[in-house]
Design a binder for this molecule. Structure first.
Ligand code: B12
Length: 184
């Protein structure tokens, strides 16, 4: 499973033709070109988290790596990227590769679990995700902080805080997720 490596990913992506051509879905097209090229070189099959429905089960696959876990707010959490873990694609290889023993979930030793209490509209209750409440907030003036710096619950994760993800990268994804602002 392949995800962006911070902080180098965002500036490198910005130099790509897809980021500059003004056409729709630049990052998904970047992923298809780059990961598709690796797949050809490795005689592997490229798989992508977008392009659905139906969606390929990236959430379940991520948990099966052993290195990514369900957090208390049911977003995925990684030992070094924290709640900022995400995927641009995956490679289905023909051969089995040995991997080192995965570390435990960082949430197991996280006493305060700030992700559970930081969302300004309590969109995560531990069992589901209130998408309407989140999007309404993002469309309001008060939601500017989440829009420009990224989801506050994901940022609150102590592991995310030491992960050098660029705010511009979060802003891009929040914009895609929220959609255009109302015209009034
Ligand atoms: C649809 C979707 C959404 C929808 C709906 C989400 C919802 N209602 O919960 C919307 C558009 C709202 C959404 C939003 C976001 N998403 Co989203 N989304 C997806 C997508 C494309 C499909 C999910 C799906 O339905 N898969 C199909 C099902 C069958 O497969 P599965 O996911 O493996 O299914 C299993 C899990 O869902 C699991 N499961 C379900 N509930 C629970 C509960 C528990 C407790 C557990 C353990 C498991 C579990 O059980 C299922 C069966 O095995 C995935 C990518 C993908 N291909 O999976 C990204 C994905 C899950 N999203 C992701 C991201 C980054 C986001 C956003 C943060 C985007 C952003 N702003 O940057 C936002 C969240 C809002 C925020 N606070 O910022 C990341 C995960 C990041 C993370 N750390 O968890 C993914 C993997 C995409 C990626 N490219 O990396 N998303």
């Amino acid at each position: 499973m392949l995800g962006p490596s911070a902080p180098g990913f965002w500036p490198a992506y910005q130099q790509s033709p897809e980021a500059q051509d003004g056409q729709p879905d630049p990052m998904d097209r970047w992923s298809e070109r780059v990961i598709g090229g690796w797949a050809r070189d490795l005689d592997a099959t490229a798989l992508f988290p977008f392009g659905g429905p139906p969606w390929l089960p990236f959430f379940s696959w991520a948990q099966r790596t052993g290195r990514i876990h369900a957090s208390p707010i049911m977003l995925l959490v990684h030992d070094t990227a924290g709640l900022f873990v995400s995927f641009r694609g995956a490679l289905a290889l023909r051969e089995h590769i040995e991997l080192p023993e995965p570390p435990p979930s960082p949430c197991a030793t996280c006493a305060d679990k700030p992700c559970t209490s930081t969302c300004p509209v309590s969109a995560f209750d531990g069992t589901g995700y209130n998408v309407d409440a989140c999007k309404s907030w993002l469309h309001s003036t008060s939601g500017a902080d989440c829009m420009t710096s990224g989801c506050r619950a994901r940022r609150a994760c102590p592991v995310s805080q030491s992960h050098p993800r660029q705010p511009e990268q979060s802003a891009y994804h929040m914009q895609v997720f929220r959609g255009p602002a109302c015209a009034d």
